[in-house]
Design a binder for this molecule. Structure first.
Ligand code: CP
Length: 307
């Protein structure tokens, strides 16, 4: 039963609950008009303490397409957070006005704190370098739609695997499906955190390799998930400048990939994927952005207990 619950990290959802959300998203994609009034009279609050295009706007579009309404703020400076209000007091106030809230925050754990004080469902829309569970729902819906399955494939995760929260959430979620092999491609300084390697991959006997060379492995991949080097999480600009263009996928690299590989990116991209690749039928990142809205429609309905 998902009604009334919060979503802070992917493991909050059992595999069955995850399938339930993806199945509902599929139904919404097939017949969106049937869902146009499902949340009439309900209000979503979007509380974004960090910049966002896709997550905030897809949450808002999702609620509007369900017939509900949206309130919120898109930067901490435009709310009483700028006067020093705590996350707990902010969410207790917002819960007086809204039925459900989505929160993005630069501090790891802030949405969890909010969920503990809210009394309404709180959805983590990205917390620092930690987790981004609704991006994971988006990614799973995209893979399922394009590959027809969520098991038996090799996925390459490439770029900033240290600070990239979408990667951490996706590994956690995919590790529960059968016969998934991870190829982790990053500079040494940006390898996945130890807790992902040890607690998720090694502990569960998941097949994975780590490499610095994308060109050595691209032909083995069914899915290539590129990520941006997360400038905002670096302490030192010189390190960011040295690492930011470590990987650039262009048409030449794509020519070495399988014909049915899908190329994903949570976006925003900087230089990781050349614009020339956008017209390659294997480029799935804008499909991914669209899936994000449908899967958030399904999630909002489930957490509000709307049939
Ligand atoms: N993928 C993603 O989280 O994008 P935004 O930062 O634009 O929300």
């Amino acid at each position: 039963m998902l009604k009334g619950r919060s979503l802070i990290e992917p493991m909050d959802l059992s595999p069955e609950e995850l399938d339930e959300i993806l199945d509902l998203a599929d139904k919404i994609i097939i017949n969106p008009a049937a869902y146009a009034d499902k949340c009439r009279g309900k209000i979503l609050a979007t509380l974004f303490y960090e910049p966002s295009t896709r997550t905030r706007l897809s949450f808002e579009a999702a609620m509007l397409r369900l017939g509900g309404s949206v309130i919120g703020f898109s930067s901490a400076e435009s709310s009483s957070v700028a006067k020093g209000e705590s996350v707990a007091d902010t969410i207790r106030t917002v819960a007086c006005y809204a039925d459900i809230a989505a929160m993005r925050h630069p501090k790891e754990g802030a949405p969890l704190v909010a969920a503990m004080h809210a009394g309404i469902p709180v959805i983590n829309a990205g917390d620092g370098g930690h987790q981004h569970p609704t991006q994971t729902l988006t990614d799973l819906l995209t893979i399922k739609s394009l590959k027809g399955r969520l098991n038996n494939f090799t996925i390459g995760l490439c770029g900033d695997l240290k600070f990239g929260r979408t990667v951490h959430s996706l590994i956690k979620a995919l590790a529960r499906y059968e016969n998934i092999k991870f190829v982790l491609i990053s500079p040494d300084e940006l390898r996945v955190p130890d807790y992902i390697r040890e607690e998720i991959l090694i502990k569960n006997g998941i097949d994975f390799v780590e490499t610095e060379r994308l060109e050595n492995v691209i032909d083995t991949l069914d899915v290539l998930y590129m990520t941006r080097v997360q400038k905002e999480r670096f302490f030192n600009e010189a390190d960011y400048l040295r690492l930011k263009d470590s990987y650039i996928v262009d048409n030449k690299k794509m020519s070495c990939a399988k014909q049915d590989m899908i190329l994903m990116h949570p976006l925003p991209r900087v230089n990781e994927i050349s614009v020339e690749v956008d017209s390659d039928p294997r480029a799935a990142y804008f499909t991914q952005a669209k899936c994000g809205m449908y899967v958030r429609m399904a999630l909002i309905m489930k957490l509000l207990g709307v049939e």
